[in-house]
Design a protein around this ligand. Structure first.
Ligand SMILES: *[C@@H]1O[C@H](CO)[C@@H](O)[C@H](O)[C@H]1NC(C)=O
Ligand SMILES: *[C@@H]1O[C@H](CO)[C@@H](O)[C@H](O)[C@H]1NC(C)=O
Ligand SMILES: CC(=O)N[C@H]1CO[C@H](CO)[C@@H](O)[C@@H]1O
Length: 350
């Protein structure tokens, strides 16, 4: 642990608790009856372990800083939903849908799947994965099987992180995919938002009211994309610009839901605007390479390969995914409202 970083993080976390306490003086213990998680590898905590896919990380060094070791989380330690669950007062992290007991739907399930996308064909290059559409179908089955009361479902927290793969493992793949040939970046973003809108309406009909939607980060600046589309020298601006179109439309979609549907609180989480200086100020100074060893042309950590000793200084754990330290900064920022609009997650829970 680097002293400066842990202290900085602690101050941020302490501020969150102070803010939460100011809003709800009695806020202690679990702040929602349940928490449901949807998304891709950034949120997956084990669903892909049972799939035939290359997007699977239940081996060391993944989980090297996690109490249970490698679990299928795409990080060295906790991921964003783990930290959000903790901030929201849950005693335990939300377990993966795969292998969960039926009754777990009363407390929460994580449906996220590495490689998962908004479009069905996204990440077919990786093998099996669970698209957003199928994640919502799994949710429907789970809450019906457990007969979770509708009134309870309206009080639960829902977080969704999806879309990165529609760019990384579809639109910007080589050779060009059918979607790339058919759409320009504006049209592609529009096509994703049209589908997302359909799936969100379904989720709303299943009771979701308090939903945090994570936009896409600057994936043009991940080591994987710098090495390929960035020509090994810098961020691929083409990718960042395409993703920004999606983010702007997603923020608009969130506003639409808040306007059109009564009693919803949807919020947008901005993972795009933060920059290297913000991280450097927290002591997270290494942003141009992965902490674990990644074999040339790959994006995941080499099995049992060496890792950097000072993991709290790195943004990237492997060539795409962030370290626990960065996941914590993001989760705290989403919870206390520093990177959300119009609501913080703490406000959703009130
Ligand atoms: C896993 O997927 C690969 C590639 O799609 C396929 O060749 C292989 O037969 C599959 N294995 C199993 C056990 O289904
Ligand atoms: C969480 O843990 C505390 C302390 O062990 C316990 O009192 C509480 O009942 C637990 N809450 C839930 C929802 O399990
Ligand atoms: C929107 C917002 O409040 N952003 C702030 C989040 O925190 C960082 C670091 O403290 C600030 O630089 C941002 O302005």
């Amino acid at each position: 642990m680097v002293e400066g970083v842990s202290k900085a993080l602690w101050i941020v976390v302490a501020t969150v608790f102070a803010v939460a306490a100011a809003i709800t003086p009695v806020a202690c213990g679990q702040q929602a009856p349940c928490y449901f998680v949807f998304g891709d590898s950034q949120f997956d905590n084990g669903n892909n372990n049972v799939l035939n896919t290359t997007a699977k990380v239940n081996y060391l060094p993944y989980g090297i800083d996690f109490s249970e070791g490698p679990t299928g989380r795409f990080s060295n330690g906790r991921n964003i939903p783990d930290v959000i669950a903790e901030l929201a007062g849950f005693n335990d992290s939300i377990p993966p849908f795969a292998g969960a007991s039926p009754g777990q739907a009363n407390i929460g399930l994580n449906y996220a799947s590495g490689g998962g996308g908004i479009r069905e064909e996204t990440s077919q290059n990786l093998g099996e994965r669970i698209s957003l559409r199928r994640q919502i179908n799994n949710h429907q089955r789970a809450i019906i099987n457990a007969a979770v009361p509708r009134r309870q479902l309206r009080q639960c927290l829902y977080t969704i992180n999806i879309g990165s793969n529609d760019y990384l493992n579809n639109y910007f793949l080589q050779p060009p995919t059918p979607a790339r040939r058919r759409y320009n970046p504006e049209q592609f973003a529009e096509s994703l938002i049209r589908l997302y809108n359909i799936y969100l309406k379904q989720l709303y009909l299943l009771g979701a009211r308090k939903v945090a939607l994570f936009g896409i980060g600057k994936i043009g600046c991940t080591p994987r994309i710098i090495a390929s589309l960035g020509g090994g020298v810098g961020c691929a601006e083409e990718v960042n610009q395409a993703v920004e179109l999606f983010n702007n439309k997603l923020e608009g979609l969130v506003a639409d839901f808040n306007d059109r549907f009564s009693s919803v609180m949807f919020t947008y989480v901005d993972l795009f605007s933060g920059n290297a200086e913000d991280f450097a100020a927290l002591g997270i100074t290494v942003g141009d390479r992965s902490c674990c060893t990644v074999n040339p042309g790959e994006e995941l950590c080499a099995q049992n390969g060496p890792v950097c000793p000072d993991r709290t200084k790195y943004i990237f754990w492997d060539n795409v995914h962030t370290t626990e330290t960065v996941n914590t900064v993001i989760a705290v920022g989403a919870f206390d409202g520093n990177i959300t609009s119009p609501f913080s997650i703490a406000e959703l829970l009130n």
